[in-house]
Design a binder for this molecule. Structure first.
Ligand SMILES: O=C[C@H](O)COP(=O)(O)O
Length: 258
């Protein structure tokens, strides 16, 4: 069985300006040690406007914190006002890109074909997608959470080669648990994350399924992260609100101590 390094990623959403971003990453860098980076991959996902500042800090001080963006255009360049392309993000040495976050799906109408095009755009430019999937409350209440989420996995990965899938990240984020304080029970989270890995095996092969990293996201905090991370198919957390507090995010990164 492949050993998967946990990925703890802070999705800042539309928070922290570039000066606040610098201060925040400095706090994380000051607190984190080699031992932390050996155990866990740490990433921050700031707004686009912060990326250059974060890059300068990370490069200048040779920090081991990785960073990325919260979205990418499906297009490489051209007349797409307001969009930011894979080549522009790759030029800033971004590592990760969240794609298909539920807030993009909800407020910007992103569906499977859009997510699929963005996954391919990220991969084309050497960026690692964190492809977000997960069900709304009504879907869970109807008992269709697994099939709903797997349909998002199928659509998002259509036509993506096994070697690319092995390196990417899928974040299971039940929409009803995002920013609500209602964390999904660890067994419920495992049910869906296990089903996602099983689906990757069916679509590709066992080796790919064992390599792909699957995160859980939705009201992760230092108080609940250890139970979530103890699940066999959960390889990290995509943390929203709690990642804006550097001390709390460090505690989440050190989930083994909680
Ligand atoms: O991307 C992060 C998720 O949307 C979770 O956000 P949250 O930790 O604030 O619930």
């Amino acid at each position: 069985m492949a050993t998967r390094t946990p990925l703890m990623a802070g999705n800042w959403k539309m928070n922290l300006n570039h000066l606040e971003a610098i201060a925040h990453v400095q706090k994380l860098a000051f607190a984190l040690t080699d031992k932390d980076y050996e155990a866990v991959e740490v990433a921050v996902l700031p707004p686009f406007t912060d990326l250059r500042s974060v890059q300068t800090l990370v490069d200048g001080d040779k920090l081991r914190i990785k960073y990325g963006a919260q979205d990418v255009s499906a297009h490489d360049s051209g007349a797409y006002t307001g969009e930011v392309s894979g080549p522009l993000l790759a030029k800033l040495n971004c590592t990760f890109i969240t794609i298909g976050h539920s807030e993009r799906r909800q407020y910007h109408g992103e569906d499977e074909p859009v997510v699929n095009a963005k996954v391919k755009a990220a991969l084309k430019h050497g960026l690692t997608p964190i492809m977000c999937v997960g069900e709304e409350l009504s879907v869970r209440e109807a008992g269709n959470h697994v099939s709903h989420t797997l349909a998002q996995v199928d659509g998002g990965l259509e036509g993506v080669a096994a070697e690319s899938v092995a390196g990417l990240v899928i974040a299971y984020e039940p929409v009803w648990a995002i920013g609500t304080g209602k964390v999904c029970g660890e067994e419920d989270a495992q049910e869906v994350c296990g089903a996602i890995r099983q689906r990757i095996e069916e679509l590709y092969d066992d080796a790919t399924a064992q390599q792909v990293r699957i995160q859980y996201g939705g009201s992760v905090k230092s108080g609940n992260v250890a139970k979530i991370m103890a699940q066999p198919d959960i390889d990290g957390a995509l943390v929203g609100g709690a990642s804006l507090d550097a001390e709390e995010f460090v505690k989440i990164i050190r989930f083994r101590d909680q």
